[in-house]
Write a protein that binds this ligand. Sequence first.
Ligand SMILES: [Fe+2]
Length: 153
Amino acid sequence: MDRVSAVEAFAFERFNGIDDIKWRTRAVYHSHAVSLLCALLARKRGLDPEVAAIAGLLHDLYAYERRDYTDHAHRGAARAREVLGSLGLTTPAEDALITSAIYHHDDLTVIDGPMDELLKDADLIDNALSHPAREIKANEAARIDRIRAELGI
Ligand SMILES: [Fe+2]
């Protein structure tokens, strides 16, 4: 099994244990969507699509396991480090990229490293652009403009 599929199997097993159907459905849908968008953006930007897809799959795992978004990016980075360590599929350098991206993914108005930025953008595309009637929040506007310009949409 390839590494993305292995992480996907782990994450979806965790998500399928969520009692509440809304949280469970959202966990599977959003994690898949962000992982897909991460892989696509990584190919466009010359980054590693496998590492990007894994970051997308794990970026909100902590929040879904706890049903709690409090400080979920920082806590989620620690949770992802645990998961990556237990799965043993990734190198220390890849773990550093993935956990950094998850740590920073809520800092939408700050520019961080390329993989950090990629996860922020993939998350925002699913959260905002996939729901065209949803109101754009103040901290999302500039980033959405940049994504639209990059993708020509
Ligand atoms: Fe997310």
